[in-house]
Design a binder for this molecule. Sequence first.
Ligand code: NAP
Length: 326
Amino acid sequence: MKAILQNNFGSVEELYLGEAPIPTISEDEVLVKVRATALNRADLLQRKGLYPPPPGESEIIGLEMSGEVSAIGAKVEEWEVGDQVFALLAGGGYAEYVKVHKRMLMKIPESMGFEEAAAVAEAFLTAWQAMVWLAGIQTGETILIHAGASGVGTAAIQIAKAKGAKVVVTASKGKHELCKNLGADHCIDYRAENFAEEILHFNKRGADVLIDFMGASYFENNIKALAMDGRMVMLGFLGGTKIESLDMGPVLFKRLKIMGSTLRARSLDYKARLTNDFVKHGLPLLATGVIKPVIDSVFDWRDVKQAQTYMEGNKNKGKVILRIGE
Ligand SMILES: NC(=O)c1ccc[n+]([C@@H]2O[C@H](COP(=O)([O-])OP(=O)(O)OC[C@H]3O[C@@H](n4cnc5c(N)ncnc54)[C@H](OP(=O)(O)O)[C@@H]3O)[C@@H](O)[C@H]2O)c1
């Protein structure tokens, strides 16, 4: 099969369209002919050698895909050849074929095409896990979502609104309109405004839940922004991991819960249970258009270098899709 491969770790110039073996499926796995995949920040790190795949997983980049079932293992009864599916992957999405465990697949709703479906899994499962499973958001709570126009951010805004929460986001100014259209109640331009002060203007108690992707650069202000009994879920470190000095007093006095998580390295059972929960409670909202993936742009996979450079420049609002073809 054809796949996007790389010569060495490094810049986008290392990427090329090459040949790789078609994955061999086990009795519980399904072979999917990939029609579209979506970019994630982690792809850029993996390309640079900073985010290796978990042991035993494909070395090919790509954490999600949509496509058609092309073969099934001997113990697969839930899926048939020709079914249109999408899934979260531990790797291998930038390829013509990928193998997926039967419990990880989701059926594409009739209202959605392959490109839209490819934009769902990573953003919505990450946001679902963070807000529903970890933070336990409640109706009427205020949720502060950093990088509101990121793939995960756009999913988080919609899930929070669907749960009846109030949403405040940080994003560059040019991305505010998109966040408002998705339901954000207030947008903060983090370059011009102090988000901790702004959230206290919005709601005197601060954020009940905070979804963070920045880490060190925002940590102290995040602690200030959180309300009593606030919960913060840390999902990324775009602003680094080391803090030189910190007053951690408020963690105690405000009875804060600070959590971190990654999805990729979780066990199959955990990811399958998360997928199943999303299929039950999130997929109906997607199928009826209550929540929807936000697609910034669609690139042909031969233009993968341009697509990754575009994301690296923080230009995208929502997801960047790669159309996989002959
Ligand atoms: N832990 C997990 O399970 C998990 C899973 C998926 C993704 N993630 C993480 O979630 C984050 C978002 O991923 P994504 O694929 O949705 O990203 P994305 O669509 O590329 O969006 C990232 C956005 O973050 C903002 N940003 C970048 N650097 C920044 C900085 N230093 N300070 C403030 N804002 C910055 C930019 O928007 P502005 O122009 O508005 O600044 C950028 O567009 C990444 O950190 C990723 O690693 C974690």
